[in-house]
Design a protein around this ligand. Structure first.
Ligand SMILES: Cc1ncc(COP(=O)(O)O)c(C=O)c1O
Length: 484
């Protein structure tokens, strides 16, 4: 029988509160001396209390990198709440979680399967770990103009062609809430003795509601990283890394996180993680019910518009999409004549609305239990306006992805060399020094060490001409290539 946990407890938060109440005379960092000399502007913005709780590494409050007291207890409660064997609090977002997963699971010189629509932290992990990527091209939804996920067939084919791979790194659900067939992907990986790493940055909440895609933690992935700050009410930068089974030693993960993260972790961050864990364990389903209902109410209203539309479960079944998280409200605006980028700006300027993300054809709103009917009414006022004031629709769909270019140097080999700047239009055949990716969502067309192809040059030029920002290509159209 496992240990039973009382999820109403908040050991870390309580310890911070008790410590503050001791009123100890302070001769230690941070230099604001519990707020006594904090700049007035910051006190006006945040109040004094936050400075009292802004502690690090003081007596009785345990150590993130050597947890034996309240941090250990809080992390054990988190593991129980999220269904993992072990959980580690992260104070540098999922960015550090992704890097740690790669370094923990893959040795220098080994090969890792990576689905192409990965976050740039994957490139950091590959570079630091001297890991050779084997990319799987992501399926592409041509009407929505977005990358979706990979299919079990894609993974099988990749393993057959690359029998020397040791692990696979998947990203699901994607930014837009589309989940791939993680269960089957994990089964195939297991059949081939691969370690399974999952970037679930956009799905920290899915474990807490039966109508949402199943979390990779519940499906037995070896390691899963989740951005708690993205969809749950914790402070920015707070994330969590879960470890299951014994393929990867816990000690190794603990050491890596101590190498990669600050030695002065914010106690505000960790207290925030502790309390949000309690909130989700006790009220998660109820909060997510409310978010789903609010998003669905918005979808009902959007359906009444002529040119703007949204989707829900109808996306399931195609392009590798196996499940969907309805709290992600994607609004397709391409029939208004505006790009998503243009509409994002207009929503800012004319309606004082800030959305999560825009791409060429869509805008994305994250809906949480914190959104009210008034928020939806305000959004609908704006959408109705643009639905009635469309501009001539230009053909600006990007309906294909460039082929994945050949990898000539690994990311580590590339990083060791010197970059030179050259004109992007004539870079065909050069080796890229940096990621070239339309942003957002920042999914690479070319990765460091890959050949820059004419196909990528043409596609990027077209995208930039219609307002896309492209990482890795400067405003004056220069690109960094490897000098060789
Ligand atoms: C898929 C994915 N993975 C990882 C990250 C990094 O997460 P964080 O901001 O928590 O460091 C992001 C951030 O947008 C992401 O989209």
């Amino acid at each position: 029988m496992g240990r039973s946990f009382d999820q109403s407890k908040t050991p870390y938060y309580d310890a911070v509160l008790n410590y503050i109440n001791k009123g100890r005379t302070a001769f230690h960092m941070p230099g604001h001396a519990r707020g006594r000399i904090a700049p007035q502007e910051m006190i006006e913005l945040l109040g004094e209390k936050i400075y009292q709780a802004d502690l690090t590494e003081v007596e009785g409050l345990d150590y993130l990198h050597k947890p034996e007291g309240v941090v250990k207890e809080a992390q054990e409660l988190a593991a129980d709440a999220f269904g993992a064997d072990h959980s580690f609090f992260l104070v540098n977002g999922s960015t550090v979680g992704v890097v740690a997963m790669i370094l923990a699971a893959v040795k220098p010189g080994e090969k890792l399967i990576v689905q192409r629509n990965s976050h740039r932290s994957v490139i950091a992990g590959l570079t630091l770990g001297n890991v050779e990527p084997v990319f799987i091209q992501t399926r592409f939804h041509p009407e929505m103009g977005m990358m979706t996920g990979i299919t079990p067939e894609d993974l099988k084919e990749c393993i057959e062609k690359n029998p020397d791979v040791v692990a696979v790194l998947m990203t699901s659900p994607n930014y837009f809430g589309m989940a791939e067939n993680t269960q089957e992907l994990i089964r195939i990986a297991r059949e081939n003795n691969l370690t399974v790493l999952v970037d679930e940055s956009h799905g920290v909440h899915i474990h807490f509601h039966p109508q949402l895609p199943t979390s990779a933690v519940d499906l037995g992935a070896d390691m899963v990283t989740q951005s708690v700050h993205k969809t749950l009410p914790s402070l920015t930068q707070t994330s969590i890394l879960h470890l299951n089974g014994d393929r990867i030693p816990r000690r190794r993960v603990q050491t890596l996180l101590a190498y990669l993260q600050t030695s002065s972790p914010s106690y505000l961050f960790m207290a925030s993680l502790d309390v949000v864990r309690k909130q989700m364990a006790l009220q998660g389903k109820e909060l997510i019910d409310k978010a789903i209902q609010t998003a669905d109410d918005a979808r009902v209203e959007i359906k009444k518009l002529r040119h703007i539309y949204s989707f829900r479960d109808e996306v399931i079944g195609n392009y590798g999409i196996c499940d969907f998280d309805p709290t992600k409200l994607t609004i397709c605006v391409k029939n208004t004549g505006y790009t998503g980028f243009e509409l994002e700006k207009l929503l800012n300027q004319d309606f004082n609305i800030e959305i999560e993300l825009a791409d060429l054809s869509n805008i994305l709103c994250f809906i949480t239990a914190g959104n009210t009917q008034n928020d939806i009414a305000h959004l609908m006022e704006a959408l109705s306006y643009y639905d009635q004031h469309i501009i001539p629709v230009q053909s600006r769909d990007i309906t294909k992805l460039p082929r994945i270019p050949n990898l000539i140097l690994t990311p580590t080999e590339t990083f060791a060399l010197e970059p030179v700047l050259m004109d992007f239009e004539v870079a065909d055949g050069q080796i890229a020094f940096e990621v070239i990716a339309p942003y957002p969502p920042g999914i690479p067309y070319t990765c460091p060490g890959e050949i820059i192809t004419q196909e990528v040059i043409d596609l990027v030029t077209e995208l930039r001409s219609i307002g896309s920002v492209v990482q890795g290509v400067s405003i004056d159209n220069k690109v960094k290539v490897v000098k060789y």
